[in-house]
Design a protein around this ligand. Structure first.
Ligand SMILES: Nc1ncnc2c1ncn2[C@@H]1O[C@H](COP(=O)(O)OP(=O)(O)O)[C@@H](O)[C@H]1O
Ligand SMILES: N[C@@H](CCOP(=O)(O)O)C(=O)O
Length: 321
């Protein structure tokens, strides 16, 4: 559940008065999500999402996230559009938190995505990469090689509580990735968290992408590796090559991949599996029992990481050369 900050009607009405958003009819907290507090608002004009940015989001990054949604939306990507206030600002404040109003996106996320949906996600991801060209703000990826080391330093001593031998295994993995991470690949704005819960569908049609709060600048194909990890494994831990093939074909139908990008895919998949393992491990070890947020299982990503370690060629992900 993710309603960390409560709001009252008087403050909300005062906040809304800064926008040309109509009269407030109703509002309710949204239980889903991990990072921020979200409310669904109905006004006399339109449904809206109100997001209050919580502590883990750096206030200095908000112009990047909100500006990016605006940029992508203007270029035809279906994603939430931040509403400007009457003074032109995209950001306000409510209950002591930075807060924004964004447009409501129709659709719901798929609990059991199939290969055809993975194809749509591949297309939409490449569409986002193309639409992101020309966005003039930049944000380095705080969750790449350096950030992993920082996170690991906070969890390393207790890692073996989760599985014996982890301290050694992850230490070696970090060394491997530091030595083999690609130096130069096509880069741009990536979503960096395009998991099933951040992609909406209406029936079998993809209706839009949400949750740009990990977006940053990095290798474009790294984003594809994140999606292969998030969408193409089954509950039993097996990689589903049919889904992977569909996702890669969908991506390639919009944006080609160079030989260097293809060759780098196995190591990038290792990196993205490690990235989600590390954030989950940190949360696993530090979230107090009884907290209102659902802790995600780090071992799911350890299994994926071990799978990628055995991959020698991108064709094992379903890529047909
Ligand atoms: N623009 C939107 N349109 C419709 N629903 C949204 C929108 N943004 C967020 N939501 C709802 O709020 C939930 C949590 O949003 P999300 O951005 O993923 O939060 P968090 O960053 O905390 O993980 C989503 O699963 C969805 O139900
Ligand atoms: N996708 C991440 C967690 C971030 O959650 P989100 O609700 O912001 O997408 C994971 O699965 O570890």
């Amino acid at each position: 559940m993710a309603v960390y900050t409560d709001i009252n009607e008087v403050d909300l009405k005062a906040f809304l008065a800064e926008y040309d958003a109509g009269e407030l009819l109703s509002y309710k907290g949204i239980a889903e999500g991990v990072e921020n507090t979200n409310f669904l608002l109905h006004t006399s004009k339109q449904p809206l999402i109100l997001t209050l940015y919580e502590k883990r989001v750096d206030r200095n990054d908000l112009p990047f996230f909100l500006g990016l949604m605006h940029h992508l939306s203007e270029r035809g990507l279906s994603c939430p559009l931040p509403l400007p206030r009457k003074d032109g600002e995209l950001l306000g404040e409510l209950s002591g938190r930075p807060a924004a109003l964004i447009s409501f996106l129709e659709g719901m996320w798929l609990r059991k995505p199939e290969a055809q949906h993975c194809r749509e996600v591949g297309k939409a991801l490449a569409g986002m990469h193309v639409a992101g060209e020309g966005f003039d703000l930049t944000r380095p990826n705080a969750l790449s090689l350096e950030g992993w080391q920082t996170l690991w330093a906070k969890s390393e001593a207790r890692a073996d509580e989760v599985e014996t031998g982890l301290e050694e295994e992850i230490g070696a993995e970090l060394d491997f990735l530091a030595a083999h991470w690609p130096g130069d690949l096509p880069a741009g704005v990536i979503h960096a968290d395009l998991f099933p819960d951040n992609v909406f569908f209406l029936g079998d049609d993809l209706s839009g992408l949400i949750d740009f709060y990990f977006a940053c600048n990095d290798f474009l194909v790294y984003d594809l590796s994140i999606c292969l990890n998030a969408w193409c494994f089954e509950k039993d831990g097996a990689y589903n090559i049919t889904k992977g093939k569909a996702m890669i074909e969908g991506y390639l139908s919009v944006r080609p991949l160079s030989a260097e990008e293809i060759a780098a895919l196995p190591v990038l998949c290792r990196g993205s599996a490690l990235r989600f393992f590390l954030t989950r491990l940190y949360d696993w070890l530090t979230t107090p029992e009884g907290a209102l947020v659902v802790k995600k299982d780090p071992l799911e990503y350890l299994k994926k990481l071990r799978f990628h370690r055995a991959v020698t060629n991108a064709s094992e992900y379903g890529l047909i050369s």
